[in-house]
Design a protein around this ligand. Sequence first.
Ligand code: GTP
Ligand code: MG
Length: 414
Amino acid sequence: MVRLTALLCARKYRATPAAVKDIKFPTGSLKSDLNLAKPSKSKAAGVEKTENKPKEPIVKKKILDSIVLNVQGGTGGSGSAKLVGKGGKGGDVYFIATKGETLAGVKEKLPYVKIHAESGGDATNANLRLGKSGADKWIPVPVGVNIYDNIGNYLGSLKKENSALLIAKGGQGGTVKNKFRFGGGQAVTAKIELQVVADVGILGLQGAGKTTLLQQLTLPLSKLPRPTELTKYAETRRMVYPDFREMSVLDTPGIWSGMQVDFRGQKILSYLRRTRLLMICLDATGSKSPKRKLNLFESYMCLNKEIEEYNAKMLERPTVVVVNKYNQDGSQFELFQEQLGSLTDFVGTVHPSLRPEKFFQPKHVVGMDLRIKEEDKLNELWRQIRELMDLYEYDRLDKEEDGERFIRMQRNND
Ligand SMILES: Nc1nc2c(ncn2[C@@H]2O[C@H](COP(=O)(O)OP(=O)(O)OP(=O)(O)O)[C@@H](O)[C@H]2O)c(=O)[nH]1
Ligand SMILES: [Mg+2]
């Protein structure tokens, strides 16, 4: 019961930047304070065991970031030349942003090939010879989505709960004007895409330690990171703070040069584009990718250049840099910190193909040994992530507040 109340409170809770500083971070792991880590076997008391038992702290999800729905407005009702009656208008199809709705939920509820609004009624003797209008169809979709048509034209976005968008207009009823012939409803293939895939997006070159970092952030610290394999697909995992604030972390396959012209590369970049905070993972001893050997600074510039070429706006996003293996032989971490201090001076030292024009603006740079538990550094990293996220949310909400309203897009049916 206590946990349930705490959960409900946490849902309502939105930390102000000042409040972030007041949060006491655990000296141990995030989850050990939450009792989410596995209970020790020595605790024999049965009641305590069931209370402490984690449900499933880590959720591995396949990323479902968009779905396609075929929708059609209702057909108009036929008019009547004999009665000089007017057919009813077909219903419109709207998407409405609904709290708690998910793309998977929409897909499950609407497995049909096409979703129709109701057709308009034909003109009859009754009701002053006016056909009944077809009912509109309101389809609940998640809050925070962009909507595109089948050729990628932007139709609109739904950022706030209860905002709605007209997707397909119903057909006109038959009248004198159109010689009593009814119109068909507009058919639209609508792609609904999540605006945010994850809160934190980890990026780095192949083998930099991204998956190990993800494990450090999301697994209980009592467990050392598990052995990892080459990451082929992006995945998200949940990170839970002591006050039950949750964030999702996205792990991606290694970035490679020229990935934005590759379909798979574009997909990975599009996931990263839809995160709130970028976490760059670097190998202090340089990249040993079989394709290209780069030192630490070159690796960083390579990532910077790729992101700049894909979408330079992403460089303005809150960013933290984690330099893995900083204490190993051949670590270039110290020099790298100097290089970060005067990027414009050092950028000339890298190959022209790796030279960006604008740079990431990291707010926190930390050297870590991801094979071991460095609790102080991890706690600081968790704190930084949270603080940056709250500041960013504030900034973003302030800017969006004015422009937000009930959106209706009138589209021509002809
Ligand atoms: N020596 C040492 N090895 C590490 C460290 N961190 C990670 N590794 C190892 O480096 C290898 C690559 O780590 P990953 O976390 O899989 O790297 P990644 O960036 O996710 O790699 P891809 O998914 O293939 O791009 C793994 O075998 C890790 O065990 C570290 O701090 N020191
Ligand atoms: Mg990986």
